[in-house]
Design a protein around this ligand. Sequence first.
Ligand SMILES: C[S@@+](CC[C@H](N)C(=O)[O-])C[C@H]1O[C@@H](n2cnc3c(N)ncnc32)[C@H](O)[C@@H]1O
Length: 208
Amino acid sequence: MNDKEYWDNKHIEHLPPKESGVTEFGQLAETYFVPQSRVLDLGAGAGMDSIYFAGKGHAVEATDLSDTALSRIREDLSPELADRVAIKNLDISKPFPYPDQSFDAVYASVSIHYFDDKTTEQVFSEIHRVIKPGGIAALMLNSKRDHEVAVGREIEKDYFEIPPDGIRKRYFDIDSTQVRAGKYFETLFLDDQGNRLRSTGGLEGGRD
Ligand SMILES: C[S@@+](CC[C@H](N)C(=O)[O-])C[C@H]1O[C@@H](n2cnc3c(N)ncnc32)[C@H](O)[C@@H]1O
């Protein structure tokens, strides 16, 4: 099964309930956006955060690898916000299809941790490339304190194959994030909050 099939299936099985609202991280991130930002949401899933950003007056590019997820965003988007949300299939592991400095903010909530070291470096570099000078990268990453680390098989430093389905995930801590992100971004807020921000939204039954 390729990654797209995996995620299409996952979204069919586990789409969050319709009434799921913005995530806590989405709310926090939005406080850093300048008014009427152009926002790129990477791995938007069911799009609760993208829709919230649009409701706050931002213009959002809601993207995901899964067409199932993108259909759900289309379904949930009210006509009043439709012209503020562009819905697009985008594979984060590939160069992004946008010119340099296209966005005021790039937002990724538990969606950029699926890649090997080389690809992860490219993802950070691409995020940096498409953000305007002085813009915001709001990234929520899996923590090394996640219980899954103990059951995973490490295939590369901090990168694990997780049973039962063998999905590959990277786990971060403050130091590794500082090293990775520090090449591209000045830190405004970096916190290792474990489960606190996992409490709302996302794939039903837990984030991935
Ligand atoms: C854990 S979910 C998070 C969804 C959403 N951001 C949230 O906070 O609820 C991870 C998302 O990343 C998407 N994804 C996984 N691999 C991807 C890739 N290579 N390119 C784009 N999206 C991807 C999945 O389809 C899924 O929607």
